[in-house]
Design a protein around this ligand. Structure first.
Ligand code: PMP
Length: 377
């Protein structure tokens, strides 16, 4: 018998209470029964997004809602600012370019957060920028960006602020309304404790105004149609019924724990992971602004990073991820988002210690666990 431990930054493990909901017989979506569930889901999403704005729901992965944001807000030829600095920040730039939108990218060094002054400078210099595309937690580098400060800057300009919170929502604080974030995009398979397949976008009044003049082609990804259907607790097209039913359970769990406590739990787990990293003689990849959703660790010299991830899986059935793109083989990433608790951290640190020792890394077994326990106790 082998027991699997999933500690990747998406998909994440799903609580059994949610799995049981997913296993229920399908409800037809054009029924009062589904409308009632969808209504409670919409309200629950507003709570987690910390917004009074409508949160639109799509059957897709997170990238779908990213593309939807671009095509609903903009027109070909528009100017936008994109904050790069990781695979997902770069994705904003790639999507915009696919629609012939002119991008002014800030090429943040991977592992660092954006300097908000750079955003202000570009907005002041380049008149007519319609949108700023940012990322809450850059999953590829484990950096958290300062969305609160970005919101306070962008609100002084006509541009809207669009934030990819696919891996951040429910793990890291994002106060959509208080921080003036116009569009927040999220996905189901991270801190929302569901399988992949749902994507979300909250849309502010400023963003709806911009959307009115958008000329990018769109059909399925039509925000206005989704908003119209939402008024009757429906979606324009067939929703991912089972995932919506599952979401109603996971949102209920988040509400029961309380969002503040959920965020505090993530913060503690991340702190314990970082403490263990130091105690094992390893280095964080992004020490300046580390995310509480995922931790990136530099692979120590002499160790094969790809082999380390494989060893964890093969020997201990602990699944974490390595680096993406130019970070392949150079970092490993441990997620502590969603359905994640004290002993997930103990397990992954223990497995990491054993795997490193088996690969010849000089380490006193138990140092990492002890440091984690000191935080978690
Ligand atoms: N943005 C971020 C920050 C992510 O972590 C991910 C998924 N890893 C995405 C966007 C893309 O989401 P998906 O793979 O669900 O399309």
């Amino acid at each position: 018998m082998r027991k699997n431990y999933l500690l990747t930054p998406g998909p994440t493990s799903v609580p059994s209470d949610v799995l049981l909901e997913l296993a229920k017989p399908i409800v037809h979506h054009r029924t009062p029964q589904f409308a009632e569930i969808f209504h409670s889901v919409s309200e629950g999403l507003k709570y987690v997004f910390q917004t009074k704005n409508d949160v639109l729901v799509f059957a897709s992965s997170g990238t779908g809602a990213m593309e939807a944001s671009v095509v609903n807000l903009l027109s070909p030829g528009d100017k936008v600012l994109t904050i790069k600095g990781g695979k997902f920040g770069e994705r904003w730039d790639e999507i915009c370019k696919a629609y012939n939108i002119e991008t002014f990218p800030i090429d943040v060094e991977w592992g660092k957060p954006v300097n908000p002054d750079d955003v202000r400078n570009i907005l002041e210099k380049e008149k007519g920028i319609k949108a700023v595309f940012a990322t809450l937690t850059e999953t590829s580098t484990a950096v958290v960006h300062d969305i609160k400060t970005l919101g306070s800057i962008v609100k002084e300009f006509p541009a809207v602020l669009v934030v990819d919170a696919v891996s951040g929502l429910g793990a890291v604080d994002i106060q959509t309304d208080n921080w003036n974030v116009d569009v927040v995009v999220a996905g189901s398979q991270k801190a929302l404790m569901l399988p992949p397949g749902l994507a979300f976008a909250s849309v502010s009044n400023k963003a709806w105004d911009l959307a009115e003049n958008s000329k990018c082609p769109k059909y399925y990804w039509n925000f206005a149609k989704a908003r119209k259907s939402l008024k009757t607790d429906q979606t324009p097209y067939t929703p991912a019924v089972s995932l919506v039913v599952g979401l109603s359970k996971s949102l209920e769990m988040i509400k029961e724990e309380g969002l503040e406590n959920v965020l505090a739990r993530h913060s503690k787990l991340a702190k314990a992971t970082r403490a263990a990293v130091g105690a094992m003689g390893l280095e964080l990849f992004a020490p300046q602004s580390p995310s509480d959703a995922v931790t990136a660790i530099k692979v120590p010299e002499g160790i094969d990073g790809v082999g380390l991830v494989k060893t964890l899986k093969k020997k201990y059935d602990v699944m974490i991820t390595g680096g993406q793109a130019q970070l392949k083989g150079k970092i490993i990433r441990i997620a502590h988002m969603g359905y994640s608790d004290t002993f997930d951290i103990i397990i992954v640190i223990s497995a990491l210690e054993m795997a490193l020792v088996s690969l010849g890394y000089n380490l006193e077994l138990g140092n990492g666990i002890k440091a984690a326990e000191e935080v978690l106790k």
